[in-house]
Design a protein around this ligand. Sequence first.
Ligand SMILES: [Zn+2]
Length: 140
Amino acid sequence: MYVVEIDKIIKKPEDSIECSVCGKFKHKSNFGKIRNGSFIQTRTNCEECYNLSKEKFSKINNENRKNKSSTKYWELSRKCKELNEYMFSISVNEVIENLKKLPKEARLIITQDGYYADGKIDCEIPSCPVYPKMPYRNQI
Ligand SMILES: [Zn+2]
C-alpha cells in the first residue's frame, strides 16, 4: 500500500504507523509497548517526537499541519489513492479465468448502485452488462 509521507509517495513500511507530529511512518514499536506478547499503542506520536522539547515539538507539529493542508499534499494524496486502487484491482482476464472455474450452473449476483439504486427507473446506461436484465429499462 502506498502512503504520502510529508512530500513524497512511499510504500508503507510493514508494521508502521504515521506519527501525528512529524508525519513520518515509523515502526509501531515507536508508538507503544509490547505487553503479554502483543503490541499496545499508547500514543499517536513517535518516540523521537515524544522526547522533543516543547518548542521543537510545536515547531515540527505546525510544519506537519501546514504541509497537510497544502495543495501539493492533496495532489500527492490523490495520486496515492489512484496507485492503491490500481494495486488492488484485477484484470478482466483474471476475472474471466476465475469465473470459468465455477460450475456451469453457478449464478453471479451483480449489484447495481448507479441511477438504478431505487429500482424503479431506467438507469439509461444500455452499455452496462446487466442492463438487459433490468425490469424497468425503456420505461420512460
Ligand atoms: Zn514523529
